[in-house]
Design a protein around this ligand. Structure first.
Ligand code: ZN
Length: 514
């Protein structure tokens, strides 16, 4: 809990309505004085508080990423990065370069078959030769599918469970592509090989990356038992710097009884799945996929089971966050919240039919969206066709219905740089000349709405009322930026990140720091 005075800057204290000041004082972790007068300087000198002269730089409330995966972001940083891969042929190049650093499983993330010049999904034959001595797990960009090698397929066969999502060749043998249930099962097995110390290291890697990007609080989704224990250890060792609202996997929701929430780490809810993703063609639709006319997607959990979990969570004083990407998945979530109550969360909500907005408004949830999906899912029109494309990522319509939308990245699915997220919401792929932009440009948010969604609205989505804006009595979280964030929303530099009045990140570029 630190104290700091910031003077001579442009400090945006709120985006809706837009308010600013030149000076402010954080005292013992909280904003204490917000004023343009000299009283801050006098107070700071009297109490011997560090003074930062902003020299006309800018500050805003810290970014709040309402839906991300700290463990998977850390895994991504540590593993093989396949986000730039445009050919299946390159897989072995990347694997061979890095495979020796992995003790048990070789893991990596980020490929997308839509980008491959081969125009097909990869299979285990593409990677067996370069990864033969260890099991291999390479998750697809959406974290709903993975490519595994023969070694890992043998493990899958040995557990002898009937699982949804094992893709097969015509002869019945697995191709190495696993989706949904099979994906979850194999990931669980590979994570069990990791020690709690390794898990802590992974979480810290991810934390540092977030702080360097000006993210001060997160909604950490789908936390498992090992990860929760790792978080608790980091917390007790004073190594947790970022503020975490945790959403547990439903099977461990009872653990919330044993955890004493505090300012930096609190269990706020559970995370459930209604369906899959567009990339893997598992999002649940009311009409078939345009590019797969026999397929309407995958129901990850029935309405009844979703409701049962939501009611159990409610008894434990936890909120429910349900992943729903397709319109039929959203129907199921609306049905659940009509029975389980208001102020729960819908994650993603990518395809919303016109008749659904008023029903969503009635159950008054937080709709937690990922604007950068617009850029990554540039092929979305192939999945949904010209009729439904106008329903995709309808941020402005949601806002017009008075529905709370909060921003997030689903990292490592999307990059954590907040300015990429803001730009996606405002420009909607205009610069990339995306088809989605042509059909849905009326769904663009204005810059202030976008910043508000990434600060104040996100704070409410992660169930905090003491962060998200710079106000007297709120937690002293903010980010110092190189340029005016409103004019320069497309790119900017984070200079300093402050949480509870403590400096938790300083840009290493000495020329930038004043
Ligand atoms: Zn997610």
């Amino acid at each position: 809990m630190g104290s700091l005075a910031l003077i001579n800057g442009t400090i945006y204290t709120s985006f809706n309505p837009l308010k600013k000041t030149n000076n402010l004082l954080i005292y013992n972790g909280y904003f204490k004085i917000i004023s343009n007068s000299n009283e801050i300087l006098d107070f700071a000198k009297r109490e011997k508080i560090e003074i930062i002269d902003l020299k006309n730089k800018f500050a805003i409330p810290g970014f709040i990423d309402a839906h991300m995966h700290l463990d998977e972001l850390g895994e991504f940083i540590k593993g093989i990065n396949l986000k730039e891969t445009t050919s299946i042929k390159n897989f072995c190049y990347y694997i061979s370069k890095e495979k020796d650093k992995f003790k048990t499983w070789i893991f990596g993330h980020g490929w997308d078959q839509e980008k491959f010049i081969e125009k097909r999904w990869p299979n285990h034959f593409d990677v067996d030769n370069c990864s033969s001595n260890k099991p291999l797990f390479l998750s697809r960009i959406d974290l709903h599918s993975a490519l595994i090698n023969q070694n890992a397929i043998n493990i899958l066969i040995s557990i002898n469970k009937k699982l949804y999502g094992v893709e097969r060749f015509p002869d019945g043998s697995p191709t190495g592509i696993i989706k949904e249930d099979a994906f979850e099962e194999i990931r669980k097995i590979f994570r069990e090989t990791r020690s709690i110390e390794e898990q802590k290291e992974i979480l810290e890697l991810a934390q540092n990356e977030l702080l360097a990007n000006g993210v001060t609080s997160i909604g950490f989704m789908s936390v498992d038992e090992k990860t929760l224990n790792a978080l608790l250890e980091l917390r007790s060792e004073n190594k947790l710097k970022i503020r975490v609202s945790a959403y547990l996997r439903p099977e461990i929701m009872e653990m919330s009884r044993q955890v004493r929430n505090d300012d930096l780490l609190s269990i706020k809810g559970i995370k459930l799945f209604a369906d899959g993703s567009f990339g893997s063609r598992t999002a649940l639709l009311s009409y078939p996929y345009e590019d797969d006319p026999t397929n309407k997607g995958y129901e990850a959990m029935s309405k009844g089971d979703l409701l049962e979990n939501c009611m159990k969570a409610k008894e434990l004083n936890l909120k429910t966050a349900i992943h729903a990407i397709g319109d039929k998945g959203i129907d199921n979530v609306i049905w659940v919240y009509e029975r389980c109550g208001k102020k729960n969360r819908i994650e993603h909500a990518s395809l919303i039919r016109e008749d659904q907005f008023s029903k969503i408004a009635k159950v008054d949830p937080f709709v937690v969206v990922q604007p950068h999906f617009i850029i990554s899912d540039y092929w979305i029109i192939n999945r949904v066709g010209k009729e439904r494309i106008k329903w995709v990522y309808p941020f402005k319509t949601l806002a017009n219905y008075g529905i709370n939308i909060a921003f997030s990245t689903d990292s490592p699915v999307e990059p954590i740089d907040p300015f990429l997220t803001i730009t996606s919401a405002v420009n909607r792929g205009k610069d990339q000349e995306l088809e989605l932009y042509r059909y849905t440009k009326h769904e663009s948010l204005d810059v202030l709405e976008a910043y508000d969604a990434y600060t104040n609205k996100s704070s409410l989505a992660i169930d905090r009322d003491d962060i998200g804006k710079i106000e007297i009595g709120e937690k002293g979280d903010l980010v110092i930026l190189d340029k005016d964030p409103i004019e320069n929303y497309q790119s900017n530099k984070v200079l300093i990140t402050i949480i509870n009045g403590d400096i938790v990140y300083k840009n290493p570029d000495q020329n930038l720091i004043f």
